[in-house]
Design a protein around this ligand. Structure first.
Ligand code: ATP
Ligand code: MG
Length: 368
């Protein structure tokens, strides 16, 4: 799959821009705050309907504008296709078009244009908090499995409603009557999330282990461990069993949740850990090991998606190459051959021999 061209209107700091891309490496060069990351965000959003940075859709609409538009021509599934999104600054729901026809959900675009983003913060993802790792897994899984995307959205909606019950019950005790209903649904949907995640992490761990082994000259044995709610003894168990396991953990935390006013248990707290030859990376890994493992994870994510859709997803490298030492840079650059890549960096000339260069200044292409 590859992105042939893209037009943005009132997206972030872009009033209007049309770009044509190279099927190989595209280098996006510009000073700080000119719109490089915004461009990658638009590319990722075009294919997935997910932003790796915005909390709300409206954030992506240019200040003062009512709506933003992202359009692109994609070569995928052996034909040219067009994707188009309209995002509103207010509460109006976004609109999605594929080949001119209106679509209800982003899931209907699955497999057309998937992407993997890699940015400097990801280099320390295995040392940081669980939220970053959950985001990584969710962004990948939502693109891989539209049903996961739908389940995740539902899970978060129930979680939010349950959160409100837990906050309001002191003033309005009657509200607790509906809590069991919410808990039951939360566990059902949560079971589905766990089931998808277990399979995803297994594949991701295996693929990442192969990269890490190549990278470390076979010196270290990479293993990834999925961590979920403690009462879940087997994340591959049938959904009924997983639902029961989740309910029993919830029940034992019933009082604690009422007292704290927070949803304390469930797969929204899931995480994963990596160990190298049996040693936990988060606690003991060196900076170099942590970075190497993170690169392996990203390449693995790209490989899984490539296998699933029988075409390589596009790779978005946001400022990450300049953060790497030459050996790691070479490793990444060697591995990414054969697919479409977008690389942002500040210094012109740094990687220009790699492919087409686009210079961005204040949300516009700078010619010459
Ligand atoms: P850096 O090299 O520092 O990472 P960058 O080129 O990646 O910079 P971006 O993150 O793409 O820069 O942001 C460019 C500018 O876009 C920022 O100055 C930001 O204020 C602006 N911006 C973000 N959202 C909007 C919006 N909704 N409307 C208008 N401008 C916006
Ligand atoms: Mg940036």
């Amino acid at each position: 799959m590859r992105l042939c061209d893209m037009t943005l209107r009132d997206f972030r700091n872009y009033k209007e821009i049309s770009l044509e891309f190279d099927p190989g490496v595209n280098l996006i060069v510009g000073d700080n705050a000119q719109g490089k990351t915004n461009l990658l965000e638009a590319i990722a959003y075009l294919g997935s309907g997910k932003s790796f940075r915005a909390q709300r859709t409206g954030e992506m609409v240019r200040f003062g504008a009512d709506f933003a538009e992202i359009c692109g021509t994609v070569y995928s599934q052996e034909r040219l296709q067009t994707l188009r999104w309209i995002l509103f600054s207010g509460s109006k729901p976004r609109q999605i078009f594929r080949n001119g026809a209106k679509k209800k959900t982003a899931g209907e675009l699955s497999g057309v244009l998937s992407s993997v983003l890699f940015c400097p913060e990801d280099l320390m993802i295995l040392k940081g908090g669980g939220a970053g790792r959950r985001r990584l897994a969710d962004l990948a899984l939502c693109q891989l499995r539209p049903n996961y995307d739908a389940a995740l959205t539902e899970y978060h909606r129930i979680l939010e409603q349950k959160g409100r019950i837990l906050k309001d019950h002191h003033e309005n005790p009657g509200i607790l009557e509906i809590l069991p209903e919410y808990n039951a649904r939360l566990c059902q949907v949560g079971a589905l999330l766990i089931s998808y995640r277990a399979r995803f992490f297994e594949g991701l761990g295996k693929a990442a282990a192969a990269y890490h082994s190549q990278f470390s000259g076979g010196a270290e044995d990479f293993t990834l461990q999925y961590q979920t709610v403690s009462t879940v003894s087997d994340p591959y168990a049938p959904l009924d069993k997983l639902t029961e396991d989740l309910l029993s953990h919830l029940e034992s935390h019933y009082r604690a949740e009422l007292e704290s006013g927070q949803c304390l248990t469930g797969p929204h707290k899931d995480d994963f850990s990596v160990s190298l030859s049996g040693i936990d990376l988060k606690a003991y890994g060196s900076q170099g090991q942590t970075r190497t493992a993170a690169i392996s994870l990203k390449l693995a994510q790209r490989e899984l998606m490539g296998r699933e859709f029988s075409q390589k997803p596009i790779l978005l490298l946001d400022d990450v190459l300049s953060e790497l030492d030459p050996a790691r840079q070479d490793f990444v650059l060697n591995q990414i051959q054969g697919g479409q890549v977008f690389i942002t960096c500040c210094e012109p000339g740094r990687f220009t021999k790699l492919g087409k260069t686009v210079q961005i200044k204040k949300g516009q292409i700078q010619h010459g």
